[in-house]
Write a protein that binds this ligand. Sequence first.
Ligand SMILES: [Zn+2]
Length: 67
Amino acid sequence: MAVKKGKKEKKKKVEKKIHTKYEKKGDKLERKNPFCPKCGAGYFMAAHHNRKTCGKCHYTEFIKKEK
Ligand SMILES: [Zn+2]
């Protein structure tokens, strides 16, 4: 009875998925999330359903829904 021992999965290196912060719109790339105005370029703000929050300084910006 050959029972294969489960191979331990090697942990993959977690790369910074900065490319996920960009979205291709037509022929130009558009940032999904803006940079934090307090922390500056490089610090993306996390998008929530009604607000954007900086993970560093927790600056929050509310998103106005456009009709
Ligand atoms: Zn910030």
